[in-house]
Design a protein around this ligand. Structure first.
Ligand code: ADP
Ligand code: MG
Length: 241
């Protein structure tokens, strides 16, 4: 069984069709890199996976559970899919540690000491144990994004969804975030990553998907697809990223 399965999935915003009968199966352990022009539906595709947007046609299964199944199942799906956004969205009044411990305390009712011990291990994993007691405002953008990754991992997701996680970062800070993502991939985490970082796509991606107008127009091996784009639009797109 695929961990994520789009079945003729559509998403409309009013009259605007943003996802157009998408068929896509993602297997455990895949690192899918999603690219495409602005407005092609990449963020919406990710947001449908964890129920931040409701689909309007077809079906979408996450670990066998339909996003249409109801509130209780949707909560389960949200725990299985961790999300990292372009804007880090950390709680400004909490320390890094409290940010990471928050989900497990709130969602899984973990006692504070246990949640914070686990949070500390995750901050170590992303190289930020020394910054654990600082608020987001005392951290660089790259550090904040690594805290956001640790926070998403704290709910023990089966899939990690990344929506342009390095787009808001200065070039020198991008790499520290990409390195954490690379390590996650090497540990076998299933990932769907919207990014313009073609080096990451080639080195870490197991699959590259090019979206246009709410449809998948190319789906292939990253190295081969980037070396030999199968259509002119992708070729043109790659020349501009
Ligand atoms: P991408 O991430 O590829 O840039 P998006 O998924 O964000 O594309 O958006 C796809 C299209 O859907 C765009 O035309 C965008 O304006 C529209 N859209 C996205 N979110 C909403 C919303 N909440 N309400 C109305 N239109 C939206
Ligand atoms: Mg987007």
């Amino acid at each position: 069984m695929s961990i994520i399965e789009f079945r003729k999935t559509s998403k409309h915003f009013g009259d605007l069709k943003v996802l157009d009968e998408v068929d896509l199966s993602i297997e455990t352990g895949e690192v899918v890199v999603l690219i495409g022009p602005s407005g092609s539906g990449k963020s919406t595709l990710l947001r449908c996976i964890n129920g931040l947007e409701q689909i309007t046609g077809g079906d979408l299964l996450v670990d066998g559970i339909s996003v249409r199944a109801g509130a209780k199942q949707l909560r389960r799906i949200r725990q299985e899919a961790g999300m990292v956004f372009q804007q880090f969205n950390l709680f400004p009044q909490m320390t890094a540690l409290q940010n990471v411990a928050f989900g497990p305390r709130k969602v899984r009712g973990l006692p504070r000491a246990e949640a914070e011990a686990q949070a500390m291990r995750l901050l170590e994993k992303v190289g930020l144990a020394a910054r654990a007691h600082h608020p987001p405002s005392a951290l660089s953008g790259g550090q904040q994004q690594r805290v956001a990754i640790a926070r998403a991992l704290a709910i023990r997701p089966k899939v990690m969804l990344f929506d342009e996680p390095t787009s808001a970062l200065d070039p020198e800070l991008k790499q520290e975030v990409l390195n954490v993502m690379r390590e996650l991939a090497q540990e076998g985490m299933t990932m769907v990553v919207v990014t313009h970082e073609m080096g990451f796509a080639r080195q870490v991606g197991t699959r590259l998907i090019f979206m246009e107008h709410g449809k998948i127009s190319v789906d292939g091996d990253p190295v081969q697809t980037i070396a030999n784009p199968p259509n002119d639009r992708l070729k043109d797109f790659l020349q501009h990223v």
